[in-house]
Design a protein around this ligand. Structure first.
Ligand SMILES: [Zn+2]
Length: 147
């Protein structure tokens, strides 16, 4: 079990580092902790070339989109099946177990993919952002670069 809180914290910090404070009232980027115009410290995040929005979730998603490649979860599941189960042989013919599951029971295959990836996400080996799955190592590498 990986410590996902530590990663979330690092992502949050990276999101702040990759953005500026932005005062919505005066619609300006603010240097420092208080807006010089209205004294507010309730800032939006401003990301150069991307946009302005409250919160850091969208910044984290953008950073991951820019720096990491989503994995192909179907391929990952097939690799697991083929590592865990032997090839099926009949006479001189043989098939990978993943090939058989995909072709004989595509619904079971899709269920298997989503259960498998959910398990990996729960274990903290993979993260889901914006519908894509990303390897923890790739995210850590990105964070090392940003920090
Ligand atoms: Zn202001």
């Amino acid at each position: 079990m990986y410590n996902t809180d530590a990663i979330e914290e690092r992502l949050e910090a990276a999101a702040y580092k990759a953005t500026d404070n932005f005062c919505y009232g005066y619609y300006v980027v603010v240097e420092g902790d208080r807006c010089p115009h209205c004294e507010s410290d309730d800032f939006m995040r401003h990301m150069e070339g991307v946009g302005v929005e409250y919160g850091t979730d969208w910044v984290i998603e953008e950073l991951i989109r820019q720096h990491c490649e989503p994995i192909n979860e179907e391929n990952l599941y097939c690799e697991m099946l083929d590592e865990c189960y032997p090839m099926i042989e009949i006479g001189c013919l043989s098939w990978y177990s993943s090939y058989l599951v995909i072709n004989l029971d595509p619904i079971a295959f899709r269920c298997g993919v989503s259960e498998y990836i959910d398990g990996l996400v729960q274990d903290g080996e993979y993260f889901e952002y914006d519908g894509g799955y990303y390897r923890l190592e790739d995210i850590e590498e990105m964070l090392d670069d940003i920090e």
